[in-house]
Design a protein around this ligand. Structure first.
Ligand SMILES: Cc1cc2nc3c(=O)[nH]c(=O)nc-3n(C[C@H](O)[C@H](O)[C@H](O)COP(=O)(O)O)c2cc1C
Length: 201
């Protein structure tokens, strides 16, 4: 039975059927079990131009997202995210941080900040989010080693906060590069399902 909630997932890993993508599928399956409507988007399938640091999107004060002059898929995707009740954002860890396409997407979230010329640092326009979110990452290293030495969780948290997350859960998958055919452990699968149910509740 549908529960009226919607969950949008953004996959910033390059491999379809990879570790992050599979974990996102489990999260979405959990959300569906709860009755939510789910949508999954691969960032690689979108046209996402680089942020050029023109800062025109940050000059007007107010809670409304600033206008970006780039003509690509960002406006459409951000509108879809705005409609969703919950967000899933996943990226593999590459060279200690998110994948390049994920970083490109995150840099384009600058319109959610007010940062006039002369201002030392950007301020988030909308401080109170209302959405639930799960951030997902996967590393070759064991999670207990990779997590403290990387800012990847902080970065993904910042991204979903800008997108309106109030409450964010973390799925950090270590030892993700041992097999040529990616597979999830039962423990990860169970946690992913549980998180999917939580964000769709
Ligand atoms: C270019 C590249 C850089 C990587 N850098 C790291 C790294 O810094 N730390 C790490 O633990 N694993 C690293 N890995 C391993 C990936 O994180 C691992 O294969 C990934 O989690 C797989 O995710 P996917 O199946 O969703 O693509 C790297 C892999 C590639 C291809």
């Amino acid at each position: 039975m549908e529960n009226g909630k919607s969950v949008i997932a953004l996959v910033g890993s390059y491999r379809r059927g990879g570790v992050v993508d599979s974990a996102v599928d489990e999260i979405l399956a959990g959300a569906q079990q709860q009755g939510a409507h789910t949508t999954k988007i691969f960032l690689m399938d979108l046209s996402i131009a680089f942020c050029t640091n023109c800062r025109s999107c940050t000059q007007e004060a107010g809670a409304t997202r600033g206008n970006c002059g780039q003509k690509d898929d960002m406006d459409r995707i951000l509108a879809m995210i705005a409609q969703a009740d919950a967000i899933v954002l996943g990226s593999a860890m590459n060279f200690g941080t998110v994948t390049a396409i994920t970083k490109r997407f995150i840099e384009r979230l600058l319109p959610f900040a007010y940062w006039p010329w002369g201002g030392a640092a950007p301020q988030r326009r909308e401080k109170k989010g209302r959405k639930r979110a799960v951030i997902v990452t996967a590393t070759a290293a064991p999670a207990f080693m990779a997590r403290p030495f990387s800012h990847i969780v902080k970065l993904l948290r910042t991204a979903v906060a800008l997108l309106g997350a109030k409450q964010t859960y973390v799925l950090f998958i270590g030892l993700a590069a041992l097999h040529d055919k990616p597979r999830l452990s039962n423990r990860v699968r169970r946690k992913a399902r549980r998180l999917g149910k939580k964000i769709a509740a």
